[in-house]
Design a protein around this ligand. Structure first.
Ligand code: ACO
Length: 379
């Protein structure tokens, strides 16, 4: 074995082999199991996509129907999980609530029967089914309201919006939300997926795997950036302020949220699709005051930083879509998590098939042969 050079952030270091998704960062291509994201967004649904990612191929009609039925059947939360959520502080971030709830599922379901395909199937179904219910429930319960029970006659996306906003969504809104889930479902070995894989490699239970990934997704350099984008557009306030804002950030070497990506050096293909979805929503439901600012920001950042490969990433336009769907800003990252559960579970399954515990090495930079100084002698 040859030792590689140390690369901070493991940039460019292969940590696994995977057949789940592929990114070509120079050409702006994303494929799930070889199918282009544009095609899945246009013709597929989120649950079909989740099946594709997790089980390796598109489902037949009977397989898809059975998968949907199972998920529908498991959408409800145990009352003890709801009781637990009642104790969460209302000011707590929904990602922290989600992480706690995902981990809590492990308390209720039998643990670590990882060699049993029925256990794997049941965990996949439960996590895909219950995570949206948890996100919607926390939104209502933090205001002291009762959660809305899932409705069996609504599909995955429509049911989530219904539980969240307490009214049946417009069909276009539900369809667009479903596409958003597809776009966020998987993205190779990003930080949260890597976190899921490291946790999976210890052969712990899948609820711990997802809880670990949720905690990693929450950070502002990863999924949390979609919330920061809206705060940034608010702070900029007008089209005239865009260029001074960009110059100020560049002068201070501060990041501009929703731009840049470790792999993409062109505009993220998901940002292209999300921008189109935002425009469809604006056409039907009215313009968003921040859209003109966002467009000017994209132009300004592209002019100034395009040479370094800094372009809009998936988080730049997603917030504008979610705002138009009536979703509060602090739920943007939990919604990302609802979708990414599919990718995390696909990698969990793949990891189990040929598992070796992750145990990288380090370059020690501390001292050796130090004396132990007793507390009384320490200054
Ligand atoms: N704003 C300003 N400059 C940027 C940005 C940005 N958003 N992103 C990268 N750059 C510049 C860096 O300053 C650096 O310039 P330099 O070489 O002159 O020092 C160069 O581009 C390379 O940037 P790195 O930070 O080294 O790139 P890295 O691959 O480590 O970071 C990351 C990628 C973390 C996504 C970064 O672009 C960033 O912080 N973006 C803002 C946060 C964000 O939108 N995150 C969501 C990413 S998508 C996702 O996780 C779902």
């Amino acid at each position: 074995m040859t030792l590689c050079d140390y690369r901070p952030g493991l940039e460019g270091i292969p940590a696994t082999e995977s057949s789940i998704s592929h990114v070509d960062g120079k050409e702006g291509i994303l494929e799930y199991r070889g199918i282009r994201i544009e095609e899945l967004a246009q013709k597929g649904t989120f649950l079909e996509t989740a099946y594709l990612l997790i089980w390796g191929g598109l489902p037949t009609k009977p397989e898809l129907d059975a998968f949907k039925d199972e998920i529908q059947h498991h959408r409800r939360l145990k009352y003890r999980i709801r009781d637990m959520m009642k104790c969460f502080p209302e000011s707590g971030h929904p990602m922290d609530a989600l992480q706690a709830c995902a981990a809590a599922l492990g308390l209720f379901y039998s643990r670590r029967a990882l060699e049993n395909p029925a256990y794997i199937q049941a965990a996949v179904v439960r996590l895909l089914a219950k995570i949206p219910t948890m996100v919607a429930a926390f939104k209502l319960m933090r205001k002291g309201n009762d959660p809305v029970q899932p409705r069996d006659d609504l599909d995955y996306a429509a049911n989530f919006l219904y539980m969240l906003n307490e009214e049946e969504p417009d069909p276009l809104a539900a369809r667009i939300f479903d596409v958003c889930l597809t776009l966020h479902a998987e993205h190779t070995i990003n930080a949260s997926t890597f976190s899921a894989m490291v946790t999976a490699s210890t052969l712990t239970d899948p609820y711990a795997v997802v809880a670990s990934a949720v905690g990693t997704l929450a950070g502002p350099l990863h999924g949390g950036a979609n919330e920061e984008v809206i705060a940034m557009l608010q702070e900029i306030g007008s089209v005239d302020n865009v260029r001074p804002y960009v110059e100020d950030r560049i002068a201070r070497k501060a990041k501009i949220m929703g731009f840049g990506h470790r792999v993409y050096k062109v505009k993220d293909p998901r940002a292209v699709i999300l921008q189109g979805l935002a425009e469809q929503l604006f056409d039907k439901f009215g313009q968003d005051e921040y859209y003109a600012i966002a467009l000017e920001l994209e132009t300004a950042v592209t002019e100034r930083l395009g040479g370094k490969g800094v372009y809009p990433n998936v988080d730049f336009y997603s917030g504008l879509v979610y705002r138009k769907l009536g979703i509060p800003t602090d739920l943007f990252t939990p919604i990302f998590a609802i979708a990414r559960v599919a990718g995390w579970l696909a990698h969990w399954k793949e990891q189990l098939a040929e598992n070796r515990i992750f145990r990288p090495t380090q370059i020690y930079t501390g001292p050796h042969k130090q004396p132990y100084v007793s507390v009384a002698d320490r200054i």
